[in-house]
Design a protein. Structure first.
Length: 168
């Protein structure tokens, strides 16, 4: 996914958010003018807004490509710098990644079970990876909430902007 796709997704999400807020605000104003508007109707507007906004977030995760993950690994974690990752998309949120070269910028005695982040094209933390072998050549990466569920990153870290690769 390139920056244009990400910018377009952000714009669409912002437009949806404003439209839902306006619709909710309009519903409340109409309710004051017309006593016939039920609480059920207002709740339906709110629920629709939550579903639409939640769907936008899910769409953003499903748009992550193997290329985005490959570029986002060294963009987020020092351990992946100069390793030339290649990833295969297994599902919308799971990627199998193989490094062409073993990590050399951050050396661990055993990479199996090691947890590292990866960024999206805008340098926001998009998910995380778990080392699958001792040499550090094979990683399974998970996007979005799946990375939180897999206990790779905390929920507050997801979506946070980074200023380059982190070490440690």
């Amino acid at each position: 996914m390139n920056t244009t796709d990400n910018t377009e997704l952000t714009r669409i999400g912002d437009d949806l958010e404003r439209a839902v807020a306006a619709q909710i605000a309009g519903s409340i104003v109409v309710r004051r003018r017309r006593k016939h508007r039920s609480r059920t109707t207002i709740a339906a507007f709110v629920t629709t807004g939550v579903v639409v906004i939640g769907g936008g977030a899910a769409a953003a995760v499903s748009l992550l490509s193997s290329d985005t993950v490959e570029q986002g690994m060294p963009g987020s974690s020092v351990i992946f710098i100069d390793t030339d990752p290649t990833c295969t998309k297994k599902s919308d949120v799971e990627f199998d990644c193989t490094l062409a070269k073993a990590p050399s910028k951050e050396i661990l005695p055993d990479y199996k079970g090691a947890k590292e982040t990866f960024n999206d094209a805008d340098d926001n933390i998009a998910g995380g990876c778990i080392g699958q072998d001792s040499a550090g050549l094979h990683w399974t990466c998970y996007a979005g909430k799946k990375a939180v569920e897999m206990d790779i990153i905390g929920p507050d870290l997801l979506g946070q902007h980074t200023n380059g690769p982190a070490a440690g």
